[in-house]
Design a binder for this molecule. Structure first.
Ligand code: PLP
Length: 385
């Protein structure tokens, strides 16, 4: 089976992890700060806070922005559940803004309409989380401008987007947001096995996230309520968690960062080839915005079901049977039972639902050879014939 995504591990990656195993620190050593410095420098951000997953990063990002009971968080329905769950962890309400039918990202027009309505009801969101779906940036200039106008904070869920650019600047520089979050799960662009990271240019937010990832404990006298009592002394000044990244993960991350640009360049070659090879098939290939250099985490196509004598499920199942490990990103979050129990229903976000009804993610990863890609296209041709 050709998977839809897969990590790319070379000997240098393996050596870097083995070196950590033979060193003095498996956690809380020099590799995590080095990984943070590497990512911050790459993105052009002032601060980077590495944690054990993007889910953890989203959680502490929301807490650092003081999200709590009585507050509301808005995100896209076309995302992984973690982009919404982080609001619920904080006791806040969660709501969604429908997607643009071309980019599959949160629609800035729909966001504005919803804000105008929310203002009349005194229900404006405290945080909006745009998700850079498939690696392509949202319309951040507009979303940022709306943030200024309506007073909400912005966390970019860039789990798909490390190595991508928006208006010629690396994603993660936080020009248009308060915090950006990355994921390093093995299917993403680079991996640390499990892992995530938050970037910000605001020292206060960085300090708060550093505390929250490690129990709310500090050894920095500047953050204590009184003078240190001695070399052993620390204080707990917040209620934090153990969301720390290990040294093994961070070393793998540093090693992977060295190949990030190469990984994304390979994905662009594959994208251009897919665009060409799929031209005459009854599918819609993913639109690429001129504002964005996508990291191309995914290559989601829509099957033109009106032109194919098969159902969405039949196309999907036949591809899987024929060795193509297709996937579907995403089941709209508001259609999950947990969210339906909160009152969301079918029909709430029609663009996300229509997209879901015909979307399939075909294989896209740096180890996909042209031969494998041709095989994917051949199987697609057969299934759609
Ligand atoms: C993968 C992903 C996450 C969660 O990442 P983890 O590192 O697995 O916690 C969050 N949001 C989006 C959009 C994702 O794709």
């Amino acid at each position: 089976m050709i998977p839809y995504g897969k990590q790319d591990i070379n000997q240098a990656d393996i050596d870097s992890v083995v070196a950590v195993l033979q060193s003095d620190f498996l956690t809380q050593g020099p590799q995590v700060p080095l990984f943070e410095k590497t990512v911050a420098a790459y993105c052009g951000a002032q601060h980077a806070i590495a944690v054990n997953s993007a889910t953890s990063a989203l959680h502490i990002a929301c807490l650092a922005l003081d999200l709590g009971e009585g507050d509301t968080l808005w995100t896209s329905p076309n995302t992984f559940v973690a982009s919404a769950n982080c609001g619920l962890y904080c006791g806040a309400k969660v709501d969604f803004v429908d997607i643009d039918p071309y980019t599959y990202n949160m629609c800035a027009d729909k966001l504005e309409q919803k804000l105008i309505q929310a203002q009349t009801q005194n229900k404006l969101p405290k945080i909006v989380i745009p998700v850079h779906f498939a690696g392509q940036s949202c319309d951040m200039r507009r979303i940022h401008q709306l943030g200024q106008q309506y007073g909400f904070k912005i966390i970019e869920d860039a789990s798909h987007a490390i190595g991508g650019k928006y208006l010629d600047k690396p994603i993660g520089g936080c020009q248009y947001s308060d915090i950006t979050v990355f994921s390093f799960h093995p299917v993403k662009i680079i991996t640390t096995a499990e892992g995530g990271l938050a970037t910000t240019n605001q020292p206060g937010l960085a300090e708060k996230m550093q505390l929250l990832r490690s129990h709310g404990i500090t050894r920095d006298e500047k953050l204590m309520t009184k003078e240190s009592e001695g070399g052993w002394y620390y204080q707990q000044v917040e209620l934090g968690f153990n969301y720390r990244m290990t040294e093994l993960q961070a070393a793998l991350g540093v090693s992977q960062m060295a190949r990030l640009d190469e990984f994304v360049a390979i994905r662009h070659q594959l994208q251009q080839r897919y665009d060409e090879l799929l031209k005459n098939l009854p599918v819609i290939t993913p639109y690429q915005s001129p504002d964005s250099y996508s990291a191309l985490h995914l290559y989601p196509i829509q099957i033109s079901l009106d032109k194919v004598k098969k159902s969405h499920k039949q196309v999907f199942d036949q591809l899987r049977q024929n060795g193509i490990g297709v996937n579907l990103h995403y089941i709209p979050v508001h259609l999950q039972p947990y969210y339906q129990n909160m009152g969301f229903k079918q029909g709430d976000y029609p663009n996300a639902e229509n997209y879901y009804k015909q979307a399939i993610s075909i294989p896209m990863f740096q180890g996909l050879t042209f031969e494998m890609q041709d095989q994917v296209v051949e199987e697609l041709k057969k299934v759609l014939a």
